[in-house]
Design a protein around this ligand. Structure first.
Ligand SMILES: [Fe+2]
Length: 399
């Protein structure tokens, strides 16, 4: 067992060196963001200035029916740009949904995609942007940096504050054939320009506001404590963590507070910028298993797992967690006090610390799957299968 762990560690350190050598320490790519009330207007102007005569808006039916899509697009100049809408995106979008969108894109001779929605719409739009100009099977693009180099321009107006997909060169897509979640990444997936418009987030329900907010917090923390120091990850990750602690309680108490909604939109964006450079960590490796097996929403799963993973790291993460405790102004700058503050925030926004859907007999298989995924992340340290099982057992409500 100890020998197997040492072998994993050797491979893991080799992967880090390889990633550092291949990708370097510079930030990945430039893109542009407008933030603040009405900023979708500026993005719409940019789309017109870019000369797109036909664009495909990628969204979901509820946002269209609630009128949020129309508000996001209110400033599009219909004299110069024809808007075609694909509203067939569902939570956990699939390759076949992306194919439907791609067919519409081609039928209308579009030259750009504009995602209006949460992570699902943004991720689907990214796949459509690639498939629009590459005829090969998108399943062949799965993996790190395997996406084709060429895609059409992607613009994004996020309507949730959490996923950070508006700032990343990755997309999560579900394979219809086996329901597995796949990650496609490459520079062509990075949006050209985004608008973080809090006016479009005012009607976000409290449960989604809380869960997506804890996802953004997890992005900030996992990027900040990882062992790969790259680009602006420390600065942007810190802004994500501080932003969530500063604004999420206020957004929950005052859902129509534009300043607080904007603060959360920025925190989520910064979290996206940070993970775009150094990726996520063990919390996501476990949370993805809970999403895949039980359909537990991503932010809810992260929120449950986060405190347990941070506690189990021990001294490997303690100095960074002390820095985060200090950054959010806790009276005691210790790792324990920071973990307690996360637990208190989670409870205050109504998210659970354990879940009744988790079955004890599933834990060994989920722990193994989490180990496989975690070996691709540069977390503070590798966890053992026993540690993964301990964490999963601790969030299992059926004791
Ligand atoms: Fe996430």
């Amino acid at each position: 067992m100890a020998a197997a762990y040492r072998l994993r560690q050797l491979k893991w350190r080799f992967k880090l060196r390889l990633a550092q050598w291949l990708l370097g320490d510079k930030a990945t790519a430039p893109h542009f963001a407008w933030a603040g009330s009405g900023s979708s207007t500026q993005l719409c102007a940019r789309i017109a200035e870019s000369g797109h005569e036909n664009i495909l808006v990628v969204t979901d039916k509820p946002l269209r029916e609630l009128g949020i899509m129309d508000r996001a697009l209110a400033s599009i100049n219909l004299q110069t740009t024809n808007v075609h809408v694909f509203d067939g995106v569902e939570p956990d979008p699939t390759f076949s949904q992306a194919a439907e969108g791609t067919a519409l894109f081609k039928a209308h001779n579009c030259s750009a995609v504009l995602a209006v929605g949460g992570g699902s719409s943004m991720d689907a739009a990214k796949i459509i942007a690639l498939a629009a100009v590459n005829d090969d099977d998108p399943r062949g693009w799965v993996g790190l940096n395997k996406a084709p180099e060429k895609g059409v321009p992607i613009y994004a107006i996020p309507t949730t504050a959490g996923t950070g997909s508006e700032a990343t060169m990755g997309a999560v897509i579900t394979d219809d054939t086996d329901h597995s979640k796949q990650i496609i990444s490459g520079l062509a997936l990075l949006p050209r320009a985004v608008a973080l418009d809090p006016e479009l987030m005012l009607s976000l329900p409290p449960g989604i506001t809380a869960a997506t907010g804890l996802d953004a917090l997890t992005h900030g923390i996992e990027a900040y404590i990882g062992i790969w120091e790259r680009g602006s990850r420390s600065e942007t990750a810190l802004m994500a963590v501080k932003g969530v602690f500063r604004w999420l309680p206020q957004v929950m108490a005052e859902p129509h507070n534009l300043r607080a909604r904007e603060g959360m939109a920025l925190a989520a964006y910064y979290g996206g910028v940070a993970i775009n450079q150094v990726n996520v960590g063990n919390v996501h490796a476990i949370a993805h298993q809970l999403g895949a097996r039980y359909g537990i929403p991503h932010g809810v799963a992260n929120a449950m797992v986060l405190t347990e993973v941070l506690a189990i790291y021990g001294s490997a993460a303690a100095p960074k967690l002390e820095a985060l405790a200090s950054a959010i102004g806790l009276p005691e700058a210790t790792a324990d006090s920071f973990i307690e503050a996360i637990g208190a925030l989670r409870a205050s926004v109504g998210l659970p610390s354990e879940h009744e859907a988790i079955l004890r007999h599933d834990i060994p298989a989920m722990a193994e799957a989490a180990i496989v995924e975690s070996d691709d992340y540069f977390s503070p340290r590798l966890l053992t299968v026993d540690e993964m099982s301990t964490i999963l057992t601790s969030i299992c409500a059926a004791h």
